[in-house]
Design a protein around this ligand. Structure first.
Ligand code: NAD
Length: 276
């Protein structure tokens, strides 16, 4: 396995295991510099969203990178206030224009807005039928949300992007997704940096001669979880990708699993105020 290795998704599309998250990258030059550097280091996936207000910068950095568009896996998401069938189709057009692309690789419902997420996903299925997206997916969907979709969808969501890190291992939702061939991507894979001072993780970092971030990202990969860590710092962008030259033992995987405390750094989809 290496930085450009891919996972074959349920619909046959190959998705890189590793990508750059660009949430909170609001400074134009900094955003373009971070994506440019990531692509130079070898990253081949970028995770943005309409909410991040940087789709234009993502498109620009990719166009100027010299890497062919079709070699880069681009994810974006429909924001909560744009959900519902017609609104989602319109929001997609806007995202496509801002990215200045002909298609998007993966399009996600950002959060399951009650009374809307089923229609939102119907629109995503239509975009898939029209070949405007290569992969239909969702984000922040609990099992009960997925069950609602699975009962109605023509094509089941192929990806569910959820918060996962050693303090929130999401074991049962991951097992449900695996059973239904839904790939799991971890957002905040580093717990927004909040797990990196954990003593157990620090001790493993010393043992393997790796950094805490590398230990945590490797734990995700060994659990078949796709990752999109965020950084704008050049040495961290490089560091985060250097996780393909070592392997955690089963015992150390279990030690990391035992750190779970069901602790969220982000919101719980079941009690999130969607109306902003
Ligand atoms: P993350 O877990 O990737 O942590 C990012 C933070 O960790 C950085 O801001 C930096 O402070 C620190 N960091 C990064 N690399 C480091 C290193 N090597 N050493 C020390 N510190 C380091 O958190 P995130 O940005 O919240 O999540 C990653 C991506 O997931 C986002 O950028 C976004 O693309 C996506 N995301 C999606 C959702 C969703 O609802 N679908 C929500 C949040 C984030």
């Amino acid at each position: 396995m290496h930085l450009q290795s891919t996972k074959r998704l349920a619909n046959g599309v190959e998705m890189p295991w590793f990508g750059l998250g660009v949430y909170k990258m609001t400074d134009r030059d900094e955003t373009i510099a971070a994506i440019t550097q990531a692509l130079q280091v070898g990253y081949r996936a970028v995770d943005t969203a309409a909410l991040y207000y940087n789709e234009a910068e993502v498109g620009e950095a990719i166009r100027h990178s010299g890497v062919p568009r079709e070699e880069i896996f681009v994810t974006t998401k429909v924001w909560n206030s744009d959900q519902g069938y017609d609104n989602t189709l319109r929001a997609f057009e806007t995202s496509l224009k801002k990215l200045d692309m002909d298609y998007i690789d993966l399009y996600l419902t950002h959060w399951p807005v009650a009374d809307k997420f089923v229609d939102t996903y119907r629109a995503i299925e239509r975009l898939y039928d029209e070949k405007l997206i290569r992969v239909p997916g969702v984000s922040n969907h609990h099992q009960h949300h997925l069950e609602q979709l699975l009962g109605k969808a023509n094509i089941a969501p192929v990806v569910n992007q959820i918060e996962v890190h050693p303090y929130l291992s999401q074991q049962s939702l991951r097992a449900f997704c695996e059973e239904h061939n839904i790939a799991v991507t971890a957002w905040s894979p580093l717990g927004r940096g909040g797990v990196l001072t954990d003593e157990t993780i620090l001790a493993l970092a010393t043992k393997y001669g790796k950094t805490p971030a590398q230990i945590v990202l490797r734990w995700h990969l060994q659990h078949n979880i796709l990752v999109i860590p965020k950084s704008v710092t050049p040495h961290r962008i490089k560091e985060n990708a250097q996780i393909f030259d070592f392997e955690l033992t089963n015992q150390d995987m279990q030690t990391l699993d035992a750190l779970n405390q069901n602790k969220r750094f982000g919101k719980n989809p079941d009690n999130f105020k969607f109306d902003f």
